[in-house]
Design a protein around this ligand. Structure first.
Ligand code: SF4
Ligand code: SF4
Length: 702
């Protein structure tokens, strides 16, 4: 036996008191563990090949993808979002775990390679001594402490404060298993270290292992002697080693697998997931459109299911769930995962993925509830792409004629009249008759800006005011612009999101043909939904692939035109808040142009707690505008309450500014049904700007 007391240089013997037989058994078990882990992990990854090909290239520029994923995962940026303690906790666990893993690997390199190679060359050497050993021991102790603290917080949040989002329909023993196993491994490591330090007589240099030293002190205080520690040490060492082997071998079987699957999911993410939806293969028969069986999901979507950590962040931000609609995005992902597991184990019969009436894995009412707002995807720390999967299920519902009646009606209206209102095409430009100037016809003359007005600003009475205001601004800025009059058709963004891909493709074809018949340099959209699909999806159909035509949301263009509008920044004095539309903000990252414009009018702008990427959907996206859903609280009412009660600095908001026609419709409705009519006005940003511009003109006239 080598006593560490006598060691001249700071170091420790790796298999101290374990003996050569123990060492051989350890290596044997380590090999078995690695083989079991490898076989189980291979089985899980092999299962993904049963999925369909993914329409996007997920493995291009792999080294770049890995570096970028490492940054996302390593920074824990998504975990910090809306939950600072959760972010800190996860950072401690992740970085503590990685340090311990790297430390163990370094030890293995010294023990199994460096020493053996140097011994073969004549003199056995080890770098696990002296200054290296001291710094190694200090770093391992410090990071291990963070690891244990992080796990302690995780246990506290799960079992003491019972953080609501951690508990759900799919919470099971595996969730506790992960946290408890890691906690026991972390604490166990310190116990073994404490026993070792005590058994080796507290060598001075071991003070660098300050946690282990403290544990050894505590053992000493409660009466554990050096010889008792020497007896206990092999037992403690083996318990710790065996626990580690069990944990490693079981990683692919349960939640610990997320350590691998989640990282793989982040590596293979699609930056534009949900923003641009995948198309349907040209040769797909009606039966093959959408998801009928679990294998109809792509390999990446199957990986998505396995990557879910059940953290509940998606569900906690989902407006459909909050309003009492029958949708919980986490449950949908986990229902699909559970179904696949049960099916593979022969514990369930094959059934349709989605249908009416409770006979399927997912009920159709769940998908009807989704607003395609992307809040779930924005919140998900492991980049699960809910919306693309939900679209696959919506496509199946559509193909099998299981759409709700009101959506069916909207689709029929679009098919027959090119708009969701079902009004004749010739009435589309009627709103221009109220203006005291001519709106140029882009079909008749070349223009710089082709203004795509959109369905709601064209046909909906309230939104026609938004269109008239924007026309007033464009006139005031004296730019060259024009509209398509009755040749404009629905942009298709939301048609696509309810799953009507065929109709969407028809609209793309018609709109593109119309665009190609006109001469213009840029397109400006009133509606962020049009802006999204023109920017991100039409190019997939061959239009503007090279990005030569600039596509603007009107707030972006007007921001450029401000110098021509002659605003002084003091025209208006309302106290306002601004609601970020999902399709402009979360989808397309435009948060500042609208805010800048509000300030240019002189209004005092205050923020709601949920702003920018954390904005809360009005409830109209994903076809919500066309549905009559049962809700406990409408998202629009909840949002208006937030504006009135929670805005920063307790500001008394009198005006709720929107930059999306659909939001206008939803909030005008919520204002009535929620009883807010006397409290707040809903104003389109173009209306606010037109008021400011007109106020200037009137002053100039005076
Ligand atoms: S897209 Fe929006 S509504 Fe749909 S599941 Fe995600 S958060 Fe909920
Ligand atoms: S889908 Fe993402 S956000 Fe939702 S529970 Fe799973 S890991 Fe968390």
């Amino acid at each position: 036996m080598t006593s560490l007391l006598q060691a001249q240089t700071p170091t420790r013997e790796t298999f101290w008191l374990i003996g050569p037989i123990g060492e051989a058994v350890f290596y044997y078990l380590a090999v078995v563990t690695v083989l079991v882990f490898g076989a189980l992990a291979y089985r899980r990854f092999a299962r993904y090949t049963d999925g369909t090909d993914d329409p996007f290239d997920r493995l291009d520029a792999l080294p770049k993808r890995i570096v970028s994923a490492a940054k996302i995962v390593g920074s824990n940026e998504k975990q910090f979002n809306r939950d600072f303690v959760g972010g800190l906790m996860h950072s401690f666990i992740l970085w503590g775990f990685l340090t311990l893993l790297i430390g163990t690997t370094i030890l293995m390199i010294d023990m199994d390679f460096y020493r053996k190679i140097t011994a073969a060359m004549g003199t056995e050497q080890s770098f696990f001594e002296g200054a290296f050993y001291l710094s190694y021991s200090f770093v391992m102790d410090a990071m291990g402490l963070l690891f244990v603290v992080g796990l302690g917080v995780a246990l506290y949040r799960r079992y003491v404060t019972r953080n609501e989002r951690l508990w759900g329909r799919h919470t099971s023993a595996e969730d506790g298993y992960l946290v408890w196993m890691l906690f026991l491994l972390g604490v166990g490591g310190y116990l073994v270290e404490g026993v070792r330090i005590l058994a080796s007589g507290f060598p001075d240099f071991e003070t660098v292992s300050f946690v282990g030293w403290f544990v050894a002190d505590v053992f000493g205080l409660v009466g554990v002697t050096e010889s008792m520690a020497t007896t206990i040490y092999p037992l403690a060492w083996w318990s710790h080693a065996l626990l580690a082997f069990v944990f490693i071998a079981s990683i692919p079987l349960a939640k610990p697998f997320h350590m691998i699957s989640s990282f793989a999911n982040v590596v293979t993410r699609d930056e534009k997931a949900g923003i641009r939806l995948p198309g349907v293969p040209e040769d797909a028969s009606p039966d093959e459109i959408g998801a009928s069986d679990i294998e109809d999901f792509s390999w990446k979507q199957l990986l998505d299911h396995d990557a879910c950590t059940k953290c509940g962040r998606c569900s906690s931000v989902c407006p459909a769930k909050a309003s009492g609609r029958p949708l919980d995005p986490r449950d949908v992902i986990l229902d699909l995962r559970e179904y696949r597991k049960e099916l593979d184990a022969g514990r369930t019969e094959s059934k349709p993925i989605i249908a009416d009436g409770g006979t399927s894995v997912i009920d159709s009412s769940t998908m009807d509830s989704c607003m395609a707002c992307m809040a779930c995807m924005d919140a998900c720390p492991v980049e699960i792409e809910h919306v693309t999967q939900f679209t696959e299920m919506n496509r199946r519902l559509t193909e099998s004629g299981q759409m709700t009646e009101t959506v069916q009606e909207a689709m029929m209206n679009v098919f027959q009249n090119g708009n969701t209102f079902g009004d004749p095409e010739r009435k589309r430009p009627d709103w221009v008759d109220d203006l005291d100037f001519e709106v140029p016809d882009a079909r008749e003359e070349p223009v710089e800006y082709l203004w795509y007005v959109g369905d709601y600003p064209s046909y909906d009475e309230r939104n026609q005011e938004v269109a008239k205001s924007l026309a007033t601004i464009l006139e005031a800025a004296d730019v060259s612009y024009g509209i398509l009059y009755d040749d404009e058709q629905n942009d298709g963004n939301d048609i696509r999101r309810v799953g009507e891909e065929g109709l969407y493709e028809m609209l793309v074809e018609d709109n593109v043909a119309q665009f190609e018949d006109c001469e213009f340099e840029s397109i400006v959209c009133t509606d962020p939904h049009s802006f999204n699909t023109f920017t991100n999806e039409y190019p997939e159909f061959g239009w503007n692939e090279d990005g030569e035509i600039d596509v603007y949301h009107y707030t972006q263009l007007v921001q450029e035109l401000v110098p021509q509008l002659g605003l002084t920044g003091s025209e208006l004095d309302y106290t306002v808040t601004y609601h970020d539309p999902c399709h402009l903000g979360r989808f397309n990252d435009e948060y500042e142009a609208p805010r800048e414009l509000v300030r240019q009018t002189g209004c005092e702008l205050h923020e709601m707690p949920r702003n920018r990427a954390n904005s809360y959907c009005c409830g109209g996206g994903g076809g919500g505008l066309w549905m009559d859903l049962e809700e406990e609280t409408k998202p629009s009412e909840e949002r208006l309450r937030e504006a009135l009660e929670d805005t920063d600095a307790g500001a008394e908001i009198e005006t709720f500014v929107v930059a999306c026609p659909m939001c206008m419709t939803m909030y005008e409705d919520g204002r009535k049904t929620g009883g807010f009519e006397d409290d707040i006005e809903i104003v389109g940003l173009s209306e606010l700007l037109a008021e400011a511009v007109t106020a200037d003109t009137m002053v100039a006239d005076d």
